[in-house]
Design a protein around this ligand. Structure first.
Ligand SMILES: Nc1ncnc2c1ncn2[C@@H]1O[C@H](COP(=O)(O)OP(=O)(O)OP(=O)(O)O)[C@@H](O)[C@H]1O
Length: 276
């Protein structure tokens, strides 16, 4: 379970990107975080895995406080967090298989240091994971030969190879066409169910959030201004999230609207990795 309490981030520029946001994500639920550009959605996800340093608050994953970890402990904790990025963050010149195996390292920038050192078990599992995301047969294609939807599937495969305790997903569909977007959302919610892990997704497309999420969280100006089911996301709530509207008095059941911020194997020279 991810439990975030009063998360704050003020950038050195003075931008208060998060002004005390609390959120629990648990079970196998899919939570969509929506909000206008600049609301703090990416900052929230990046503070959870410490790609950005929060300036206040607490982030616990299965009871482990992440904000105070450093060095090896932080690296180990990050392996429990599967991260999927808008722009895929693949290494273009490497193969699909190599990119997926880099998930075993937690974060790809250490890939070069570990190259060629994957266990046979990891490779076998990488094949399984690639089958699962529909990329069987593409193992030895270079990442830069793939379509956007396929690249995002590589990103998803890389994340789930880690056997994470949670998936954090930052704008997975914003570079994709509608059909590929839906396929990616289908895959993410399927993983949440089948692997029994929660998924937190930042997403701009409100219709996809409504269709796929169990719960929707609305951020505006660094504050959580809405939390509820897709059915709760009425016009009042949308106005509050996207237009900063006050909740009109007597406007009906908007109790869900939060008005204030809550205080191994071997790679060949060419990069091809073979089974066994
Ligand atoms: N590295 C940074 N340095 C300074 N300010 C930043 C930095 N990253 C983000 N910000 C600011 O923090 C605020 C929140 O940005 P963030 O990217 O988290 O919002 P977002 O909701 O994810 O927006 P988008 O939907 O456009 O990605 C914005 O005011 C932004 O300008």
């Amino acid at each position: 379970m991810l439990s975030v309490t009063d998360l704050q981030k003020t950038y050195p520029s003075g931008d208060e990107a998060l002004k005390g946001v609390s959120l629990d994500v648990t079970g196998s639920e899919t939570v969509a975080m929506i909000g206008p550009s600049g609301a703090g959605k990416s900052t929230f996800i990046r503070c959870v895995n410490r790609l950005t340093e929060p300036t206040g608050g607490s982030v616990e994953l299965d009871g482990l406080e992440l904000t105070t970890l450093s060095g090896k402990k932080l690296r180990n904790a990050r392996r429990d967090i599967g991260m999927i990025f808008q722009e895929y963050n693949l290494i273009e010149r490497l193969t699909v298989m190599e990119n997926v195996l880099s998930g075993r390292l937690g974060y790809v920038n250490t890939w070069d240091a570990f190259r060629r050192k994957f266990a046979g078990d990891d490779i076998e599992r990488a094949y399984e994971v690639l089958d699962r995301v529909g990329l069987e047969g593409h193992e030895n294609n270079r990442a830069d030969e793939l379509s956007g939807g396929q690249r995002q599937r590589v990103g998803i495969a890389r994340a789930i190879l880690q056997r994470p305790k949670i998936l954090l997903v930052d704008e997975p569909t914003s570079s994709l066409d509608p059909e590929s977007s839906r396929a990616v959302m289908d895959l993410l919610t399927e993983i949440a169910d089948e692997d029994d892990i929660p998924v937190l997704i930042n997403i701009h497309e409100v219709d996809l959030a409504e269709e796929y999420a169990d719960r929707i969280v609305g951020l505006r100006d660094g504050q959580k201004v809405f939390e509820g089911t897709p059915a709760d996301l009425d016009e009042t709530a949308r106005g509050q999230i996207y237009r900063g509207e006050e909740i009109p008095e007597g406007a009906g059941p908007t109790g869900k609207v939060v008005a204030e911020a809550e205080a191994g194997g071997a790679a060949t020279e060419e990069g091809e990795i073979r089974r066994g």
